[in-house]
Write a protein that binds this ligand. Structure first.
Ligand SMILES: Cc1cc2nc3c(=O)[nH]c(=O)nc-3n(C[C@H](O)[C@H](O)[C@H](O)COP(=O)(O)OP(=O)(O)OC[C@H]3O[C@@H](n4cnc5c(N)ncnc54)[C@H](O)[C@@H]3O)c2cc1C
Length: 532
């Protein structure tokens, strides 16, 4: 083990959506920061072209490419789990959709005892990060490092989806982060001038990144604890093993799968599980790796009457080439969009009282590997955004190279089954309502003979997906299962925080990147206050 002779105030583990924010803000406040990232630099050109994210979905050069354990209620299927392993983390390989969540989500955190995390408390941190292309308003701000842009153009299938949804009762909504999330409309995305704008772009490249030493290609193996105080980390790169110390704190921002993994490898976790894996217990913290939550989704796939889908760009070299040329010359056209144009947020049952289903229009239909099918096609995806399902992430052994064991337990509760069936039925209704129906040549999956609740459920078991919005495995709270307190300090240890998607006690009713970035902003602010 070689000592890394340099000394830093803070060490941040993981340069993902949240980690880059934390490192950037700490450095801006004058602290020296070492940012350790297992992946490489974000130089793959597909990272920067919005539609290119399909090329990253299962690309191990930028992606951890995990998979879940067999899911008991999904016919024993293992669910593929991409996660960014590159500067910018999952925010460098994601769909770029920017939706924050509903005020009730954050008020719910506050009501669980997380003081300072209600909607009115977190809104300033969403705004602090934001540069809203449309200009400032009650819910939006300009001047922040993170660009939030409209898609460069509307799209005839997207328009048709909105109109059909509207006929079925959804109000038009041009801002899912405004007064209400309910309704139908285009999404906004994290792009700047037609290029992806991850937190690595937003927070590391500006003057904010001046005091940060970024090291890529280093796998953090353990946090070093001395007498209840965290003093450094052990990591390895291709040349060897190192020990580096932090003068002030270590911050774990390795994401929902790897933050609990790094804690467990360090002997911080449920002592029973650690003993079983042969890891000496440093600090018994039973909640580590529990409480995994994600959105559950399942699509209806259609053959399109018009060859204007992403499948056509992929299957026709001339169309694909023309789209790429248009993108390179003008930063517009389908390559400048993420292909997931539109959302309709609905409430599947009156008692629920606020949207619990996000129905997404996707301008492609593919297998689970994201390879487009060989014809014009699109997908309408029903996504249950507040499922009851709770899973876990734990180390399999003391070997840092071994992927963690991930279980979701989707479709366990009757409420989850009821909601997803309602979401599928509404998605089908949209497809059968003009003008969306004008574009439907055929529902190919599951097909119109899939009708009864039981048949719909079987479609879910056979084709249902984790929507890659995993959170909750180092949950914030004040109960015995909380891993961090509301200031994101690991309970019972000094000098250690977790700041990333894993701290969400309950999942937000939206894609999770915006909330992860807000957590980075708020977490950094709390550290700065605590070291004033
Ligand atoms: C394919 C995909 C599509 C998605 N689409 C959207 C979307 O359109 N909109 C949206 O809002 N959300 C989306 N999400 C979810 C969103 O991107 C995540 O919620 C968010 O990025 C989580 O941020 P994080 O900081 O918690 O983790 P991450 O961004 O995953 O960052 C963790 C970082 O830590 C590094 N790391 C892990 N372990 C170690 C270690 N031991 N040593 C050193 N470094 C380590 C990782 O390599 C990674 O860079 C998507 C996710 C995926 C995977």
């Amino acid at each position: 083990m070689k000592p890394n002779e340099n000394n830093y105030d803070f060490i941040v583990i993981g340069a993902g959506s949240a980690g880059c924010v934390v490192a950037g803000r700490l450095s801006e406040a004058g602290h020296s920061v070492l940012l350790l990232e297992a992946g490489g630099k974000n130089s793959n050109p597909w990272i920067h072209i919005p539609l290119g994210y399909a090329k990253l979905y299962s690309n191990p050069s930028v992606n951890w490419c995990y998979e879940s354990e067999p899911e008991p209620n999904l016919n024993g299927r293992k669910l593929f789990q991409p996660r960014g392993k590159v500067l910018g983390g999952s925010g460098s390989i994601n769909g770029m959709i920017y939706v924050r969540g509903q005020p009730e989500d954050f008020d719910g955190w506050r009501d669980l005892g997380c003081e300072g995390w209600g909607f009115e408390d977190v809104l300033p941190f969403f705004k602090k990060s934001e540069h809203q292309e449309r200009g400032p308003s009650k819910y939006h701000a300009t001047g922040g490092p993170l660009w939030i842009s409209d898609l460069p153009s509307t799209y005839e299938l997207g328009d048709a989806f909105h109109e059909a949804s509207h006929k079925l009762g959804s109000p038009y909504n041009n801002d899912f982060n405004g007064e209400t999330q309910l309704g139908t409309g285009y999404v906004q995305v994290n792009t700047k001038n037609g290029r992806r704008w991850s937190t690595a772009d937003a927070y590391l490249k500006s003057t904010m990144g001046r005091n940060i030493k970024v090291q890529t290609g280093v796998l953090v193996e353990q946090i070093v604890v001395d007498n209840g105080k965290v003093c450094g980390v052990k990591y390895r790169d291709k040349d060897g093993n190192y020990l580096v110390s932090a003068r002030k704190e270590v911050i774990v921002s390795a994401g929902t799968f790897n933050s609990p993994k790094v804690l467990e490898l360090s002997g911080i976790g449920d002592s029973e599980i650690l003993k079983e894996k042969g890891i000496p217990v440093t600090h018994d913290l039973p909640g580590v790796g529990k409480n995994l939550q994600d959105h559950f989704g399942v699509g209806l796939e259609f053959k399109s009457t018009k060859p204007v889908t992403v499948n056509d760009l992929y299957n026709n070299i001339f169309k694909g080439g023309a789209a790429m040329m248009r993108y390179l010359l003008f930063k517009s056209g389908p390559m400048a969009s993420n292909g997931n144009y539109s959302n309709t947020f609905i409430t599947t049952s009156e008692e629920i009282g606020r949207p619990d289903m996000m129905i997404t229009f996707m301008s492609w239909c593919t297998g689970e590997d994201l390879q487009p099918r060989p014809f014009s096609g699109f997908t309408i995806l029903a996504e249950h955004i507040r499922p009851d399902a709770r899973g876990s992430v734990h180390v399999r052994s003391s070997d840092p190279e071994e992927p963690p064991a991930i279980s979701f337990n989707f479709l366990e509760s009757e409420a989850d089954k009821k909601a997803i069936i309602a979401g599928l039925r509404h998605s089908r209704k949209i497809s059968q309502t003009a003008p969306m129906s004008d574009f439907v040549a055929e529902e190919i999956l599951p097909g119109l003979d899939c009708e009864s609740d039981e048949e719909m459920l079987e479609h879910c078991r056979q084709n249902g997906l984790s929507l890659l919005h995993c959170v909750g495995t180092c949950k914030m709270g004040v109960d015995d299962m909380a891993v961090v307190d509301p200031r994101l300090r690991v309970r019972g240890l000094k000098g250690l925080r977790v700041i990333d998607a894993s701290i969400m006690p309950t999942i937000v009713s939206a894609n999770t990147n915006a909330a992860s970035i807000m957590i980075g902003e708020k977490g950094a602010q709390m550290i700065i206050e605590d070291w004033q």
